[in-house]
Structure formats: structure tokens, C-alpha cells
Ligand binder design. Structure first.
Ligand code: KIV
Length: 269
């Protein structure tokens, strides 16, 4: 008789309960193979719409279509067993009304089997966050630097440099928390503001270019692996995979040109 070992995925309540506790580890991932590696160490994996820029060479995340998010979401769910999978709702799929947001969030959850969605925006998205969570869709919020609004913000700019704006960001954090978001990403926000918000709200804050005091941290995987030529200055690069891949490709090209290409009877490992 065979015994099946069932691995349980991290749940939304488990992430929510980590407020003020052991820091929450998270990374983005867009493919089954990298997700399987990240799954060993991450509490949640975000299928971020940053994939438009990182993987598909877009100038911003604004052009990312819903179907692309669903395709990558499916791959990441297939490649993982343990982490909670959160899929970004792309620009234009949730801002219009709570009803439109519900229809698209339900499509993402049904087709990918992910555990939650993420939406950008603070107080202005509170009604939608409440609408979704009351109908069974867990929502992670995202405030501070919100890349989908980069055209309005005038680029990818750190938020909160002017202390007069702090009250607005604090109100955003309170609004999404009161509306039922189970966690909130604080992106590109000056350190003391992110630390203050973390103290003020009862849900975990996930920092990216924000504060070490956040309840968890997230980075774009390709940034921390050294795969992108440009990375934001707050990113610690933990591996130099870009140069390693280039070296491997160069050696391969030399082998092919020197007719040293492996044949069937040569064993390389
Ligand atoms: O799209 C993304 O990867 C994100 C993270 C940077 C938080 O939203």
C-alpha cells in the first residue's frame, strides 16, 4: 500500500498571522522551474506583473494583459507545492468597478488555482478590496510606489520624501487594512514612513525598497539573481547569473564552431 505525503500550501490566514512575528520571505517568480526552487524557502510567491518588463521587454507594466498573467500564474502553481501563490491583477482589469474586479479576479483564481490576488492602490481601491474579500477572494494590497500608475507619478519615484505626504500614505495603509486586505506591499517608500505604517496597521507589511522593519520582504527574483542589466539601487544581488549564462553560451558557441559539440556516445555527466 502506498502512503501519499500531502504537502499543505501556506494559507492566507497563516501569512496574516505573521504580523510582528518571524519575517515573511517572498520573491516573484514567473515560471514553473524557478518557482520550484523559490518554493523551498518562500512563504509566498508573487506572480508579479513586473513580468511584462522583466520577461517580455515592455517599458512599463501598463501593457500587461490578463491572459499573460493567467498563463504565468498557471506555470507557477504547477511548479510549486508549499508557498502561497499570489497573482497580480494587471492594469485595466480591476480599477473600473468592484464588479469588473470580481469577474477578473475570479477568472484568475479559477484558471490558475492561485491563493490570492494583488491590486495596486490605497484608499481609492478600498471599496473594491472589501467587495472581493467579502466574496471569497483574498486580496494583497500594494501602496507607495505603484508601477501601474507610473504615468501619473511621473516615473518610478520613491514615495514620502516630502513629510507632508506621509498622512496620505498612512491613510492608504489604514484604508486597505480596514477593507480586509490580508497584507500590503509597501514599495519604494522612505524608510521612516514604512516603519511607521508597519507599526500602525494590524496586517503584515511586505517591503520592497521600504524598511527592514516591515513584516516581510519581497524582491524581483531576476534582480537579486543578477539577470537584469539594471537593478534598483536597494536590491542586494545574491548571485551573478547573467554573467554565468553569458559565459556558458560563449563556451557553447566555441564548441559548436570548433566542432566539439557532444555526440551520443560522449557522456558529460
Ligand atoms: O509586479 C511585481 O513584481 C510587484 C513586486 C515588485 C512587489 O508588484
Amino acid at each position: 500500500m502506498s502512503k501519499q505525503v500531502q504537502v499543505r500550501r501556506t494559507t492566507v490566514p497563516q501569512i496574516a498571522s505573521r504580523k510582528g512575528g518571524e519575517p515573511i520571505v517572498s520573491l516573484t517568480s514567473y515560471h514553473a522551474h524557478t518557482a520550484a526552487i523559490v518554493d523551498k524557502h518562500a512563504d509566498f510567491i508573487l506572480v508579479g506583473d513586473s513580468l511584462g518588463m522583466v520577461m517580455h521587454g515592455m517599458e512599463s507594466t501598463v501593457g500587461v494583459p490578463l491572459d499573460l498573467m493567467i498563463m504565468h500564474g498557471k506555470a507557477v502553481v504547477r511548479g510549486t507545492q508549499k508557498a502561497l501563490i499570489v497573482v497580480d491583477m494587471p492594469f485595466g482589469t480591476y480599477e473600473e468597478s468592484p464588479g469588473v474586479a470580481f469577474r477578473n479576479a475570479a477568472k484568475i483564481m479559477k484558471e490558475t488555482q492561485c491563493g490570492a490576488v494583488k491590486v495596486e492602490g490605497g484608499a481609492r481601491m478600498a471599496e473594491t478590496i472589501r467587495f472581493l474579500t467579502e466574496r471569497g477572494i483574498p486580496v494583497m494590497a500594494h501602496i507607495g510606489l505603484t508601477p501601474q500608475s507610473s504615468h501619473v507619478m511621473g516615473g518610478f519615484k520613491t514615495q514620502g520624501r516630502d513629510e507632508d505626504t506621509w498622512a496620505l500614505h498612512e491613510a492608504d495603509a489604514k484604508a486597505v487594512s480596514d477593507a480586509g486586505a490580508f497584507a500590503v506591499v509597501l514599495e519604494g517608500m522612505v524608510e521612516p514612513l514604512a516603519a511607521r505604517i508597519t507599526k500602525q496597521i494590524p496586517i503584515p507589511t511586505i517591503g520592497i525598497g521600504a524598511s527592514v522593519d516591515c513584516d516581510g520582504q519581497i524582491l524581483v527574483l531576476e534582480d537579486m539573481l543578477g539577470l537584469n542589466e539594471w537593478t534598483p539601487k536597494f536590491v542586494k544581488v545574491y548571485g551573478q547569473l547573467g554573467p554565468m549564462i553569458e559565459q556558458a553560451v560563449e563556451e557553447y558557441a566555441k564548441d559548436v564552431k570548433g566542432r566539439k559539440f557532444p555526440t551520443e556516445d560522449e557522456v558529460y555527466r
